[in-house]
Design a protein around this ligand. Structure first.
Ligand SMILES: Nc1nc2c(ncn2[C@@H]2O[C@H](COP(=O)(O)OP(=O)(O)OP(=O)(O)O)[C@@H](O)[C@H]2O)c(=O)[nH]1
Ligand SMILES: [Mg+2]
Length: 391
């Protein structure tokens, strides 16, 4: 599957930059292209120049709202991010049109954090803009949710997240949710290492996007997973997960090992990777809430057998009992077996519901505070009415 990737704001831009690196890796290691164009859009000029893999010209690193913000961002006011996207959105469309291989793309992937200002505000507006302009291609959003500590220190974090999520959900074909907090569960030092988190965020997309682009027979599985399968799976709230098991690089010839034992070891390794993919989903959710699911098994060709595929299918069927499940196998890597899982069409996401509930509580407080400020301003204006002005 080939994507046009567009990142908005600092977080979105950096994750899009990581996708550009992923494409370089696919090209270098496998001779295939998975990204037809990578763009970063920001109100902050310094953030744009901090990127490394997205082409450094103004058609790929697009500054919007320069006049309004002086190139310094919107300071977490996502209404301003939205307004600027409305005014300057054509710049992004022009850039997409200029991309050489655009006609080969299967879909758009737009990326932003929910909690910031620029990305959070611009992504719903640009999703709508692109959907109206390119009706034949799905437009997906990848939304990064804030760390827990950000939610407690700043009201805007929750409010921006709620407004962004509500807006993207009503317009994007699917919204892939990625929770920053999930990545520091096991390794707290990651909190200060966003680059490492970004690499972990994009990793599950590598085999997923590559599998359908292979042309060499030896890398085409018994059941190839292509863009059509992914497009059929992605609807509404979505999460993605990835897990892997190391395999011995060298095996004894098979006559030295009892056949049933070999098979059960492979199945065990497969289940172990699937287990990891499910427990490392990009956002904590309940798999029984999903209406569509997909898994891709990548492993050396000789490790893939019907038993393993059946066991993996049964495993996912058990936990995502309501979902239509698609699957594929991808004969690749030596020495590892890995599994990518997508759970989509989720009919409930606890974290999103919490943002909505908490924000609804804020709205009256925010309004009241606004009225108080306006009242005070009026008071001071009133007191000054008899004072002559120098203007
Ligand atoms: N995973 C990840 N999260 C990030 C990154 N940069 C920022 N964030 C998160 O994104 C949120 C802040 O949003 P930003 O993307 O910095 O904001 P912005 O869209 O640039 O908007 P303004 O700076 O307010 O104009 C916070 O929740 C951060 O934790 C990043 O590189 N990776
Ligand atoms: Mg910023």
């Amino acid at each position: 599957m080939k994507l046009v990737v567009i990142g908005f704001g600092q977080c979105g831009g950096r994750v899009a930059d990581e996708f550009a690196r992923l494409n370089r890796r696919a090209h270098g290691q496998r001779g295939i292209e998975i990204i037809t164009g990578a763009f970063a859009v920001n109100t902050d000029a310094a953030d744009l120049s901090g990127l490394s893999s997205i082409k450094p010209d103004y058609q790929h690193r697009i500054l919007i709202g320069g006049r309004k913000t002086g190139g310094h961002g919107v300071g977490k006011i996502n209404e301003l991010g939205a307004e600027i996207a409305r005014e300057d959105g054509d710049k992004v469309i022009d850039a997409i049109r200029g991309a050489k291989r655009f006609f080969e793309s299967d879909a758009f992937l737009l990326i932003a954090s929910a909690a910031g200002g620029t990305g959070s505000g611009a992504i719903p507006i640009m999703t709508q803009h692109i959907k109206e302009r390119y009706m034949d291609k799905p437009v997906y959003n990848l939304i990064v949710l804030p760390f827990a500590h950000e939610e407690t220190t700043e009201e805007r974090t929750i409010y921006n997240s709620a407004t962004c999520l509500k807006s993207v959900n009503s317009i994007a074909d699917a919204v892939i949710l990625v929770d920053n907090q999930r990545y520091i569960r096991k390794d707290f030092s990651l909190r200060n290492n966003l680059a490492k988190i970004n690499a972990l965020i994009v990793e599950p997309f590598y085999n997923l996007l590559c599998a359908g682009e292979e042309t060499k027979a030896k890398h085409i599985g018994a059941r190839m997973l292509d863009a059509g399968d992914i497009i059929q799976t992605l609807v509404g709230w979505t999460v993605i997960g990835y897990g892997k098991s190391q395999l011995p690089m060298f095996r004894f010839p098979s006559w030295r090992v009892l056949d049933f034992r070999k098979k059960s070891t492979e199945t065990h390794k497969g289940i172990q990777a699937m287990d990891e993919a499910i427990s490392e989903l990009s956002l904590k959710c309940n798999p029984t809430d999903s209406g569509r699911a997909l898994y891709l098994l990548s492993a050396p060709a000789k490790e893939v057998n019907m038993d393993l595929i059946k066991e993996l299918g049964d495993y996912l069927r058990d936990i995502a009992s309501e979902a239509t499940i698609r699957n594929g196998d991808y004969p690749r890597e030596r020495g590892v077996l890995d599994i990518t899982v997508i759970l989509s069409e989720l009919n409930d996401v606890e974290k999103v519901r919490k943002y909505y509930n908490t924000s609804s509580g804020f709205i009256s407080t925010i309004k009241k505070r606004q009225e108080e400020i306006e009242g005070k301003l009026k008071g001071i204006e009133e007191a000054s009415k008899d004072i002559p002005s120098l203007l």
